[in-house]
Design a protein around this ligand. Structure first.
Ligand SMILES: Nc1ncnc2c1ncn2[C@@H]1O[C@H](COP(=O)(O)OP(=O)(O)OP(=O)(O)O)[C@@H](O)[C@H]1O
Ligand SMILES: [Mg+2]
Length: 302
């Protein structure tokens, strides 16, 4: 879908973006922005707003509701268009290519520049935004938390983690961030879940992964969503990606989360490579070694 956005980004006119930005602004205050407010928010005349609403509806960049009052909100495509335009203006990317991974929480695409890049759109608030809102209502004074906010926060957190970790930890090089989107180095290789390691490589790959978790801890972060789906493997080694939920090491649950990360990985290797994985790895001991920065090899912690 975002490929279409990229294609008609050229078709869109500056005034279309005034309307989209106006809606973005209005969505800070209400889920559906009152039609009456749009001329002010978008600095367009009433007639211009009518014309732009029509165009943006046709492109599915916005949606309308008519119950109670006539209101509009951005669709994810509309929010994507705003982020893409910013990246294009900053000359971060020139175009969007094939999907690299499409999931519940994000869409990742290849992006064109003078080098191949990856463009990740966060979708967090969109998929479960009702639950997020319920949670937030207890903890904040804001009664309205839009999915724009949740998705943008996730992108900001992920970008911040990458900026801190790169290059001391093997993570994708961060390139740029805007709204709910970030641009980073495109990784080669395949996810660990899809790789078929040879027997002689298994312990070595486990060690490479745990060394990166130790490096990340030293740099101040626990990944907190560690699995075979968030590690890329190729001939040159491993790369750990997908960092939006990373927690700082001074967070009260950080050691708990680190232990869970370690267990997830040890369980995975035990399942997939039972013959090569050391039996009875003590995950608490291993996690403690990552914290103390004394990790040697997984064989030590049995
Ligand atoms: N920098 C990158 N280079 C190449 N491919 C990538 C890159 N980042 C992500 N991908 C691909 O996109 C997929 C989803 O990315 P990521 O794990 O960061 O998002 P996610 O939020 O976990 O998505 P999901 O909801 O599917 O779990 C990855 O599994 C991977 O295949
Ligand atoms: Mg992932």
């Amino acid at each position: 879908m975002v490929q279409n956005v990229a294609a008609f980004l050229r078709e869109l006119e500056p005034e279309d973006f005034y309307l989209l930005s106006g809606l973005e602004h209005g969505m800070r205050f209400s889920e559906w922005v009152h039609r009456e407010k749009l001329p002010k928010y978008s600095r367009l005349t009433r007639e211009e707003v009518d014309y732009r609403l029509d165009r943006c509806m046709r492109h599915e960049l916005i949606q309308r509701k008519t119950i109670q009052y006539e209101g509009y909100q951005l669709t994810f495509e509309g929010y994507d268009a705003l982020a893409l335009r910013s990246f294009a203006e900053r000359e971060t990317i020139e175009g969007v290519g094939a999907p690299l991974g499409v999931g519940k929480e994000s869409d990742v695409y290849e992006a064109m520049s003078f080098q191949p890049l990856a463009l990740k759109f966060h979708r967090e608030g969109y998929t479960n935004f009702r639950e997020v809102r319920r949670e937030r209502d207890y903890t904040s004074n804001h009664h309205h938390v839009s999915w724009l906010y949740t998705a943008r926060k996730a992108a900001e957190r992920e970008y911040e983690a990458l900026e801190t970790l790169y290059p001391d930890v093997s993570v994708p090089r961060p390139v740029d961030q805007n709204r709910h989107a970030l641009v980073m180095e495109k990784l080669d290789g395949a996810e660990l879940s899809r790789a078929r390691l040879e027997s002689a490589q298994v312990v070595g790959v486990m060690d490479l992964i745990f060394e990166e978790l130790a490096n990340a801890y030293r740099a101040g972060y626990v990944h907190a969503d560690m699995s075979e789906y968030n590690i890329f493997v190729d001939e040159s080694g491993i790369t750990v990606f997908d960092w939006p939920q990373a927690v700082p090491t001074d967070h009260e649950n950080s050691e708990e989360l680190l232990k869970r990360d370690v267990s997830n990985l040890v369980d995975y290797f035990n399942r997939k490579y039972p013959a090569e994985t050391p039996k009875t790895v003590d995950t608490a001991l291993l996690a403690a070694a990552l914290v103390d920065d004394t990790y040697e090899t997984v064989r030590t912690y049995v």
